[in-house]
Design a protein around this ligand. Structure first.
Ligand SMILES: O=C(O)C(=O)C[C@]1(C(=O)O)C=C[C@@H](O)C=C1
Length: 112
């Protein structure tokens, strides 16, 4: 459970507003165009981590569900689902979609 997943500390590609590359080229956000490759590496790493965590979450959720149902409980626990939705509320409508997708993944193939 305690593997290394590297990447951070974040690179100098962060917070470079107002700086330029050797050619003085920067995008409208003030990020040197040369930093794009570095930032893409960070995105690739983040996506890998997010996918790993989403898969683990689905696994844990399915284990809880199977255990509860084997003990005669319900498939859904509404107040827990409300807590999950609230957690993603910061992100607005897209956050709701993310939370709903996470909950659907937790239900597994039978939950679709
Ligand atoms: O917390 C639980 O009891 C779960 O079963 C996990 C979980 C979830 O994925 O967060 C999944 C289904 C339930 O309806 C509520 C929450």
């Amino acid at each position: 459970m305690s593997e290394e997943h590297d990447m951070p500390p974040t690179t100098s590609a962060n917070d470079t507003t107002g700086t330029t590359d050797a050619a003085g080229t920067e995008d409208t956000a003030g990020t040197p165009v040369d930093d794009i490759a570095e930032l893409r590496k960070e995105i690739d790493w983040l996506d890998t981590e997010i996918l790993r965590l989403v898969k683990r979450r689905a696994e844990v959720s399915q284990t809880i569900g199977a255990t509860r149902m084997a003990a005669g409980g319900t498939r859904i626990v509404v107040n827990r689902e409300m807590d999950v939705l609230a957690r993603y509320r910061d992100l607005g409508p897209e956050g709701r979609k993310i939370a709903m997708a996470l909950l659907a993944l937790g239900r597994g193939p039978l939950g679709r």
